[in-house]
Design a protein around this ligand. Structure first.
Ligand SMILES: [Zn+2]
Length: 52
């Protein structure tokens, strides 16, 4: 099953199985580490699909 991942500018890679989990995890990371509020569409536009 394919997963999606976002590679943050800081080098952190976040990989999840569902869009919802990915969006939540990336939003949390962005808020905690970068004090940024990302929209769902912004997270998904940064995401790439990876094969297992
Ligand atoms: Zn980061």
């Amino acid at each position: 099953m394919a997963q999606k991942q976002v590679s943050c500018d800081c080098g952190k890679v976040i990989r999840k199985k569902t869009d919802d989990e990915l969006v939540t995890a990336v939003q949390e990371h962005a808020r905690q580490v970068h004090s940024m509020d990302l929209k769902r569409e912004e997270v998904l536009s940064m995401a790439e699909v990876v094969a297992d």
